[in-house]
Design a binder for this molecule. Structure first.
Ligand code: HEM
Length: 962
């Protein structure tokens, strides 16, 4: 039986030799959903799904809505499809869409047209051109890498995209694209790819003409891409602003020159300009993203495997001395480097899936495939087949080099060769293969020679599958090779005075790959301090979290009983009048609406301010506090000495307590030791807990955030942070699920704040004792106004434990607005802002406190610090099942979007907060110049949280102690 009822055409006699036994129908993959078929599974996890199909057969049917597609899972049969059946199985609908848009380029054409065109183009990729290309690749990469700065955080995928585009433009076209064109190209490409896929799934071509958003974006992208390609082909810059400046030296040998000099064998006429443009777009489409993605994975793997990186560098030193232009001979000697790139290409083959369509009935293994059947194969799935590659997801260059090689697929047999098909096979085999191998090696060599990339915690490469398997989210910090680890860069200003939002300033926000968060992820008895939300779970025998009970089974109504809010007009406390003014002068972004359990200072961020999801990343500038080496010793105090001289902004004449000498690292180290003694003396920690506790390096957060704190203030800050973290961790256990027990802990603490008799029966007497002492140390030197303010803000903070416990007990989750409010206060940022005054030795000016803009600035400060924490702690919290109280996770749940989109939205929100805070500080400074130190303190606080959070072992998932 054949698939006549699932295909559109009647069967004709098969072209290929029949199989020995009677032909069979490929099995249907299990799990089809009525109406949708396997589309949900494919969309949810394309590579996992395609990889799983080999269990069911060497060819497996899947249903995508009304269509049936045959997936070829066997490497040998894929090879047959591409080579023996190449004539009968041309490329299908996906390529047809491109053909309509870009004409008959190599990537889109078939049959004789394809063969003729390939013959014309082949010389462009011949061995005699390679030396020239190597020089260009080397020069372009050098130019780009020279522009990077020590300490810069590099958005690797973005940089590699630009690099690959520039290499193709300069090598094949001897042209340069304007910066605008480069950006436009990378913006347009995803729309083009999406449109290509969606349009190929339309039941009829006419659908592509409907004014659907996807079609409109596709058309716009095609226009843009054609314009960009025109620049490369013609050497003109239509915008006149940044002209294409091809050197012109190689004009006679470029790809356009080759095409213009050629005659179409079919017509006997020269190729048209449309033909030239079609081939140009083909090269841009096929030769940029594939390479940039592979380069990104290559850097990711080297960052993960320092031993491999060291070996590559040693080989480069031996065969490709620094400063020399690579030659084909030198590259041929880089055996180990080649093995490394080969392993990257195996594990991360950029082509997630490719397609063919059977023109006539064909035999494929034991199956007869009817005419019209679409055939899909995934090179990535083949390269990860455990039957072909033991431990397939392990990065192991030894498969291709040295002793292990014989056991690997490079062992030399035909079957082994068929198992490695990153560049395809047959007549459509990648024409740029040699170019690509060379580019990967030359670009990686130029980058690694100059820079040592180190992973930014939480910013590992993540697979995102479209037609290619993209590597998204990798951020690395750059250290000059041979130099010491850089200081984080200080704020840079553009000539126009605005902030530089170059990649150096981008916060990493992308979820690490699954492998980063596996069973070895750390679980710690003591949370980091610092902003909450980073709570570790108690260590269970399996290493899994034993913490917070199930949350997320039910959704809380938008207005929970916990979210009863008082109006601004009823707000109390020292900032009440400011709050009321703020409420009256309602700005479009937010309105002041204090919630009763949050105290008088809350400001609500409308949910809409966290959307729409954008691609903006947070722009955070870092104070150069020094490097924070990891992992051990956990407290790199040397790095946290205060800046040699206070920043100019802090040398204001009104400083009450001028700095004598800057704080030394020794002071922070001594404070850390005193804190340990203090925690032991209060029974907050047992001696055996200390080692693990120290790995959280909590004093670093204080060191980053309070560069001028010393002596008793430094001790106070470190002790408060330690105490709060230990308290926070208690709520990961049973008290966090039992409202009565939670009240039993929190009420006594509140009583201390209010000066009331403490109710008996707390389950945490050590915490209570320590709190009494801490509160006394906080308030003793401070005036009554400060005490009232600090007490109110501590109340708001402590009550969030009750709110969160109530949610856990009721198995409800907060909506986004409540999450934002909860998180703002839960992080005890407000009390920590109050301690700025403690450190300074006096209250901030009364006028400043009465200013509504300060109210907003403080809310922004709390929000920004908390959101930074949420970005980094999302994965950890998800593992710990405390997802309800993380803004990224809440957003993801409520919007139904991906983690990275939620993270981007949060990142964009941080950007906006930062920009608004800068503006608020400027305006406040004009009105209250004597409060400059306080205003700067809020900025330092956020920067400190960023510096600590982004380097803390708590969030890395792989470096953290076990
Ligand atoms: C790591 C880098 C690369 C990978 C993994 C890769 C992979 C592939 C694969 C699998 C195919 C076959 C597609 C099919 O059978 O339908 C292909 C075709 C093609 N590639 Fe590449 N490619 C890479 C780089 C490049 C570069 C640098 C260029 C040009 C500058 C290029 C130009 C092309 C062209 C023009 C085709 C179509 C060939 C034809 O149909 O005759 N590729 N590539």
């Amino acid at each position: 039986m054949i698939l006549t009822n699932e295909t559109h055409r009647p069967s004709a006699p098969p072209r290929t030799a029949p199989a020995e036994s009677s032909p069979a129908v490929p099995p249907l993959a299990p799990g089809a959903v009525p109406g949708l078929g396997h589309a949900p599974a494919l969309l949810r996890d394309p590579l996992g799904f395609l990889g799983s199909l080999s269990r069911h057969g060497s060819v497996v049917r899947i249903r995508l809505g009304p269509r049936t597609v045959c997936v070829v899972t066997d490497a040998g049969l894929v090879h047959t499809l591409l080579v023996a059946l190449a004539h009968d199985c041309p490329r299908g609908a996906v390529q047809d869409t491109l053909k309509t848009a870009f004409g008959d380029g190599l990537l889109m054409s078939e049959g004789r047209a394809h063969r003729d065109r390939r013959r014309i183009i082949q010389p462009s990729f011949g061995p005699d051109r390679m030396a020239e290309y190597l020089a260009v690749m080397h020069q372009v990469t050098e130019e780009r890498a020279r522009r990077w700065r020590p300490g810069q955080i590099l958005d690797v995928a973005k940089e590699m995209n630009h690099l690959a585009l520039e290499i193709v433009t300069r090598a094949l076209f001897d042209a340069r694209l304007s910066e605008d064109a480069t950006v436009a190209f990378h913006r347009a490409l995803p729309d083009m790819v999406k449109g290509q896929i969606v349009q190929s799934l339309y039941p009829h071509r006419a659908f592509a003409r409907l004014p659907l958003p996807v079609n409109r974006r596709f058309d716009a992208a095609v226009r843009v891409l054609n314009e960009v390609v025109d620049q490369a082909v013609n050497g003109t810059a239509p915008d006149g602003g940044c002209p294409v400046t091809g050197s012109g030296a190689r004009r006679g040998t470029t790809l356009p020159a080759l095409l213009r000099a050629a005659v179409d064998p079919a017509t006997g006429r020269p190729l048209t300009e449309d033909d030239v443009r079609s081939e140009a777009i083909t090269m841009f489409g096929a030769g940029t993203e594939t390479v940039s993605t592979t380069l990104t994975w290559l850097i990711d793997e080297l960052v993960r495997h320092p031993g491999v990186e060291a070996r590559v560098l040693a080989e480069l030193d031996e065969h490709l001395p620094a400063g020399t232009v690579p030659t084909p001979e030198a590259l041929a000697r880089l055996g180990y480097t080649r093995a490394v790139t080969q392993e990257v290409v195996r594990l991360h083959a950029p082509n997630a899936f490719l397609m063919r369509t059977a023109r006539v009935p064909v035999h494929l293994g034991p199956y007869l495939i009817p005419a019209g059947t679409e055939l899909l194969y995934s090179l990535t799935a083949i390269h990860r087949d455990p039957a072909l590659y033991p431990e397939p997801t392990r990065f192991h260059p030894g498969r291709w080099y040295g002793a292990d090689r014989a056991q690997g697929p490079a062992g030399g047999t035909g079957a082994a060769r068929q198992a490695f098909l990153p560049f395809g096979a047959g007549k459509h085999k990648c024409i740029g293969e040699a170019f690509a191998w060379a580019e990967l090696t030359v670009a990686a060599a130029a980058i690694l020679r100059r820079w040592r990339p180190t992973a930014v915690p939480g910013a590992r490469a993540r697979e995102v599958v479209w037609t290619t398997v993209q590597a998204q989210g990798l951020r690395v910090r750059l250290t000059p090779r041979g130099g010491r680890a850089p200081h984080a860069p200080g704020p840079r200003r553009t000539p126009a005075g605005g902030h530089d939002d170059s990649p150096a300033q981008c916060l990493p926000i992308i979820r690490p790959r699954q492998s980063d968060s596996g069973p070895h992820a750390p679980h710690a008895p003591y949370g980091p301090r610092g902003p909450r939300g980073s709570r570790p779970a108690p260590v269970g025998p399996t290493g899994s979290s034993g913490s917070a009970g199930p949350v997320g089974s039910a959704v809380l109504p938008a207005q929970s009983s916990l979210a009863n809010r008082r109006s601004a007009s009823t707000a109390e406390g020292p900032h009440a009048s400011a709050l009321r003014t703020a409420s009256r002068t309602a700005d479009p972004v937010r309105t002041a609406r204090p919630a009763d359990y949050l105290g008088p200072l809350s400001t609500i961020v409308p949910v809409t301010d966290l959307g729409p999801v954008t691609t903006v990343r947070p722009v955070i500038t870092l104070r150069p506090v020094g490097t924070v080496p990891r992992p051990a010793p956990p407290v790199p105090l040397e790095a946290l000495a205060a800046p040699a001289a206070p920043p100019a902004a802090l040398r204001a004449p009104d400083t009450l307590r001028p700095q004598a000498e800057p704080r030394t690292a020794g002071e922070l180290r001594a404070a850390t030791a005193r804190h340990s003694d203090w925690a032991l003396a209060h029974g907050l920690l047992a001696p055996e807990d200390l080692a693990r506790y120290h790995t959280y390096a909590l004093p670093e957060l204080i060191g980053h955030s309070y560069p001028r704190a010393r002596g008793a203030e430094l001790d106070l800050l470190v002790d408060i942070l330690g105490w709060f973290t230990i308290l926070d961790d208690r709520f990961d256990g049973p008290p966090g699920r039992d409202p009565a027990e939670a009240r039993g802990i929190v009420e006594p603490l509140l009583a201390v704040l209010a000066g009331r008799p403490v109710p008996p029966g707390t389950s945490q007497p050590h915490l209570l004792d320590a709190w009494r002492e801490l509160w006394q140390r906080q308030t003793a030197p401070m005036p009554p106004g400060w005490r009232r303010r600090a007490a109110a803000e501590w109340r708001s903070c402590l009550r969030t434990f009750l709110a969160e416990t109530a949610h856990r007990a009721a198995r409800t989750q907060p909506d986004l607005a409540e999450t934002v409010r909860l998180r703002r206060h839960a992080s005890c940022l407000y009390p920590f802002m109050d301690i700025l005054e403690h450190v300074h030795g006096g209250e901030a000016p009364a006028g400043l406190h009465a200013d509504p803009a300060l109210h907003r600035l403080r809310a922004n400060t709390a929000d920004a610090a908390t959101l930074i924490n949420d970005l980094y702690s999302a994965d950890r919290e998800e593992r710990q099942n405390v997802a309800a109280f993380n803004t990224v996770l809440t957003l993801q749940r409520i919007r139904g979007c991906t983690r990275s989109r939620a993270a981007r939205a949060v990142g964009a929100r941080i950007d906006r907060l930062k920009a608004e805070s800068d503006a608020l500080r400027r305006s406040l400074l004009l009105r209250h110049p004597s409060g400059r130190w306080y205003l700067d303190g809020t900025r330092e606080l956020v920067e400190g949280v960023y510096a600590w959070t982004s380097t803390s072992l708590r969030y890395t998932g792989e470096d953290a102690p076990h």
